[in-house]
Write a protein that binds this ligand. Structure first.
Ligand SMILES: Cc1cc2nc3c(=O)[nH]c(=O)nc-3n(C[C@H](O)[C@H](O)[C@H](O)COP(=O)(O)OP(=O)(O)OC[C@H]3O[C@@H](n4cnc5c(N)ncnc54)[C@H](O)[C@@H]3O)c2cc1C
Length: 534
């Protein structure tokens, strides 16, 4: 039997959980389908050692419920994964969400049935369901990728991907461990693993510019102050480009003296969180000359922290400036390479040829290890969409429509896929955001649209081709200003481990959250201009 719901939500991370809650508020029957065995999404899957926030904890949680804000206490400024997963479960309990979530249910297909004006979904294990609305809450970083190195399946030791970390403890004591990758996840994992490992080998292809996290516990006095000022905190987040508490310094890097510049860089390097990325001179991410000043500062920091000059040089990025790829935040990462039991292998000099039963074979050596950790990240933003066979009107595949890059209206809908909403989808401000702040905006907007349609008796919505063209063009235009669009990274849709993801495409929205919110609000105020209803 196929049950019909008012709305199907795929994914029970922060997006899916909040969307379910809001649908209930409208009196709609929503059903969530989730691949994992529990809620939390990112925080359910990413249990690798060292996994924690880069967002300040107290800016990350949901803001919509005073009760949740009052009752929940973050123990650290940047909470670790187990605490965030507890938070997700706390919210699920509080809102009694689980009764409408089907766990261990990976959706494989979703097809629009024009005659019934409904979506039908099917899971890997043959479950089916139908609904008028399909809301994807499948996550921007939820489709893990393995490297395309031959021999992966031949390795005889323990092997893990950081994004699919086991639920039982993993010990590194006395073991020879290899980590492949040096992105944000790897930087966290390497720092933690190095504390107990027998011997660690890090295989690095592209070094990243990492900045100190400066995490610390939240004491009672600070807790009281943070809780009393939630309203101001969220208001401040709303005003900033990426919904962080950090907002750009109004000055340009080259309009101040070298001493003033150095003083700001030094101050930001000594402060917690993304300030050095988001709260820096306003032109460091758009002007190459300005960017060169912070890049040089960061280069000096690496040289000062890593004792062996040859190792320091390997850790210094040469193909991109600071902030033009996702900045990993670290807590002693560079000092790991001062440990005698840690070795850095530069894959640009000696590429990996294959994984062998004993370990990793590069062009010059075979490294024998007991454990291999793939910190090779995700097929970002569009990856989770590509892994579902989504077919819209006339059987057209979303994968085909987006093959040369996504086309969307507000990163929330796409022509030919009526009644489908893509929370935290490509071209959405949430892709460049302290994400829950944007999740709440996305969900609130979609919920208001559903209420509006119901009041008017509309059963179908999709963007007009012209509105989609205009938004997509706007996404490209705002992107082109940014230095990051001149660099290969997942933020530009590049993933060398995924076939076809070798050309830069605009997948994130770089116009800033305030501008995005304004566009959403303007469309709504004009009777959802750009959308066609039936
Ligand atoms: C290690 C790590 C650290 C991060 N740190 C931060 C941070 O500090 N600040 C920040 O703002 N963001 C951070 N992020 C981004 C993070 O993904 C978002 O903050 C947020 O959790 C996204 O929530 P979501 O519900 O949209 O997606 P997710 O949390 O990814 O949830 C998506 C859910 O959909 C499910 N799903 C996907 N496809 C299917 C399918 N076909 N069938 C069924 N279920 C499916 C997945 O199993 C998953 O549970 C981090 C991401 C990672 C990986």
């Amino acid at each position: 039997m196929v049950t019909t719901w008012d709305a199907i939500i795929i994914g029970a991370g922060l997006s899916g959980m909040y969307q379910l809650h809001r649908l209930r508020g409208l009196g709609l029957r929503g059903r969530v389908f989730e691949a994992g065995t529990g809620v939390g999404g990112t925080w359910y899957w990413n249990r690798y050692p060292g996994a924690r926030f880069d967002s300040e904890s107290w800016t990350y949680g949901y803001s919509f419920s005073d009760e949740i804000l009052r009752e929940w206490e973050w123990s650290e400024h940047f909470a670790a994964q187990p605490e965030t997963l507890r938070y997700c479960n706390f919210v699920a309990d509080k809102l009694d969400l689980r009764r409408d979530i089907e766990f261990s249910c990976r959706i494989r297909e979703a097809a629009w049935d024009e005659s019934a004006a409904e979506w039908e979904i099917a899971s890997d294990d043959g479950r089916r369901a139908r609904a008028r609305f399909l809301i994807t809450a499948i996550g921007p970083l939820s489709a893990p990728t393995m490297p395309t190195i031959p021999g992966v399946e031949t390795f005889r030791g323990e092997a893990y991907h950081t994004g699919r970390w086991p639920h039982s403890p993993v010990s590194f004591a006395g073991k020879r461990v290899a980590v492949i990758g040096t992105g944000a996840t790897a930087v966290q994992a390497i720092t933690e693993i190095a504390k107990t490992v027998g011997h660690l080998t890090v295989f690095q292809r592209t070094p990243n510019w990492c900045a100190p996290l400066h995490n610390r516990p939240i004491d009672a006095e600070t807790q009281a102050r943070l809780k009393a000022s939630y309203e101001e905190t969220f208001a401040r987040c709303r005003q900033s480009f990426g919904c962080f508490i950090h907002d750009a310094d109004p000055r340009k890097a080259l309009e101040v003296s070298a001493e003033e510049r150095e003083a700001l860089f030094e101050k930001l390097y000594g402060e917690p969180g993304f300030g050095i990325w988001m709260g820096n001179f306003r032109d460091i991410l758009v002007d190459a000359g300005a960017n060169a000043t912070i890049t040089e500062f960061m280069r000096r920091k690496i040289r000062a922290r890593v004792k062996d000059p040859a190792v320091a040089e390997k850790l210094i990025p040469t193909n991109h400036g600071f902030g033009t790829r996702r900045v990993p935040l670290e807590s002693g990462y560079y000092e790991v390479y001062n440990q005698p039991n840690v070795r850095l292998v530069d894959l640009r000099a000696t590429p990996i040829e294959r994984i062998t039963p004993a370990g990793v074979k590069t062009s010059d050596t075979e490294y024998a290890v007991d454990m291999l950790i793939y910190a090779t990240g995700f097929d970002a933003i569009t990856g989770a969409f590509d892994r579902i066979d989504i077919r819209g009107a006339g059987g057209r595949r979303l994968r085909d429509k987006w093959a040369a890059g996504p086309r969307t209206l507000l990163g929330l809908q796409t022509v030919g896929f009526p009644n489908m909403f893509t929370l935290v989808g490509p071209h959405n401000a949430a892709t460049f955001c302290n994400i829950p702040r944007c999740i709440e905006q996305n969900v609130d907007w979609v919920t208001a649209l559903l209420a509006w349609m119901r009041e008017r008796g509309h059963g179908r919505v999709e963007p007009t081709p012209e509105a989609e063209r205009q938004w997509t063009e706007h996404v490209h235009e705002t992107g082109r200003r940014m230095l990051f669009t001149q660099v290969d990274s997942w933020m530009m849709g590049i993933n060398s481990n995924v076939a076809g993801k070798d050309k830069r495409t605009f997948i994130v929205y770089a116009g800033g959250a305030p501008r995005y919110r304004e566009a959403c609000e303007e469309a709504a105020a004009a009777g959802y201009a750009g959308f066609a209803f039936a």
